[in-house]
Design a binder for this molecule. Structure first.
Ligand SMILES: [Zn+2]
Length: 193
């Protein structure tokens, strides 16, 4: 019996598409796919050849830590707002959720092309904001919302915490009636992805 005919050993690092063996010698298991009788790896990981049960599977390696990059579109929650800046806890990069978070800074000059008087009319703590990373120097992620698709996607009433409804150019709390101002994204309130 030549169960090592594919030349593979357990624990070997494999890439997607790499040949793991043939269906005559192994039963394809998780992390694999078969074309023309040949078993391939579906993921980046470590091959596990179970010679006893004649099974082959691939255990995916933990994805490398994602960090915001220049041009990344990020989603975050506004944590702090001052006259000139807002801090954003980034929890999603290019539509992939993070296990932790990064802090981004949105400066008043990067909000929109038009003049902005104060960050208090742009976003408030608790809001969910979509932005582009425009600088990642020294691990400080500077954000921009200078695009109609960028800006606040969910906003909450600063008085009662209820979600604000966008009606024309007015943000209104459906519960207490408070009117607020935000720099909203075009798809405000219609989902965060
Ligand atoms: Zn309210």
């Amino acid at each position: 019996m030549n169960s090592q005919s594919s030349g593979r050993k357990s624990g070997q690092f494999v890439l997607p598409g790499e040949r793991l063996g043939v269906i005559e010698e192994f039963i394809p298991d998780t992390g694999t796919y078969v074309t023309d009788g040949i078993i391939h790896s579906k993921v980046v990981g470590r091959a596990l050849l179970d010679l006893l049960n004649k099974r082959v599977s691939v255990y995916p390696l933990v994805r490398e830590a994602r960090v915001p990059k220049l041009g990344s579109i990020v989603l975050g929650q506004v944590s702090n707002v001052q006259t000139q800046n807002a801090l954003v806890r980034i929890f999603e990069i290019d539509k992939i959720q993070l296990s932790g978070f990064f802090t981004g800074v949105l400066h008043i000059s990067d909000v929109q092309l038009r003049y902005v008087e104060s960050m208090f009319g742009v976003c408030k703590p608790g809001d969910i904001l979509r932005a582009r990373v425009i600088s990642e120097k020294n691990m400080i992620y500077h954000l921009s919302t200078k695009d109609k698709d960028l800006g606040v996607v969910y906003a909450f009433c600063s008085r009662c915490g209820y979600m604000l409804e966008l009606k024309r150019h007015e943000m209104r709390c459906a519960r207490c009636g408070k009117i607020e101002k935000r720099k909203t994204a075009l798809d405000y309130g219609r989902g965060v992805t």
